[in-house]
Design a protein around this ligand. Structure first.
Ligand SMILES: C[S@@+](CC[C@H](N)C(=O)[O-])C[C@H]1O[C@@H](n2cnc3c(N)ncnc32)[C@H](O)[C@@H]1O
Length: 216
């Protein structure tokens, strides 16, 4: 299986923390407040697994999937060290091989949809929506759409293009503008219930989007 993060996977979590002055880890866990003990949670493209460990601490049954063995080795090390109370199911595979349709109370895609091309991202979002239970949640944590005017809009663009320039040069992530994540969540059959923003210099740079699966 191809490991797109073999070169830079080791620094991913720390760099994300430093780059965002702590906003990215907060963004990743923002919607866990909607979990109940015993809920089934799927974390797609789990990386080092900040929110997966936190969800386990909240009593959820967590399944975590990632294509990169490098990322998963860091995640497993964190599990060893932090000893979350419930066992986390770790799957080394492509998210499209997860076929538990309508199974999860919450499906989380943090900084995951941004690695895909314009056509692929729609397929991935729709697949994740299909894994979500009716009335379950589909959560996306991401870079905001750069819609602000003046210097704030420039800052939003710089924040995204610096990150994607680095990761498209060093991983399999595709270089592209910021996708419209609320539209992708809606398109997957979920209604947007909440959006929480994370700011630096009074400018929205990251958002956590909570979609609720409608019965369609
Ligand atoms: C940008 S990183 C984000 C990691 C983590 N969610 C975070 O926020 O720190 C994207 C992750 O998605 C994984 N990934 C990419 N394509 C995948 C696929 N088709 N199936 C499963 N994981 C995939 C990568 O290996 C990588 O760990």
């Amino acid at each position: 299986m191809k490991d797109g993060y073999w070169l830079v996977g080791f620094q991913y979590e720390l760099t994300g923390y430093l780059y965002s002055l702590g906003r990215i880890p907060r963004c990743k866990s923002a919607m866990l407040k909607h979990l109940k003990p015993g809920d089934k949670v799927l974390v797609a493209g789990v990386g080092h697994g900040t929110e997966a460990i936190e969800a386990s601490r909240l009593g959820a049954d967590v399944t975590a999937v990632d294509l990169s063995e490098t990322m998963l080795s860091h995640f497993r090390r964190r599990i060893e060290k932090e000893k979350p109370p419930k066992e986390i199911r770790v799957i080394h595979d492509d998210i499209f091989n997860i076929k538990d349709t309508g199974h999860y109370d919450m499906v989380i895609a943090n900084f995951f949809l941004n690695v895909f091309s314009e056509t692929r991202v729609v397929e991935v979002a729709n697949h994740l929506g299909s894994l979500t239970k009716p009335d379950g949640y589909f959560v996306v944590g991401e870079f905001v759409l750069p819609v602000e005017k003046g210097w704030r809009g420039v800052l939003q663009k710089i924040n995204w293009y610096l990150a994607i320039s680095f990761y498209s040069a060093t991983t399999e992530a595709v270089f592209h503008p910021v996708w419209n994540y609320p539209a992708l969540v809606e398109g997957s059959g979920c209604k947007i219930e909440d959006i929480e923003y994370f700011k630096i210099f009074d400018t929205n740079l990251y958002w956590s989007i909570l979609g609720k699966k409608t019965g369609r």
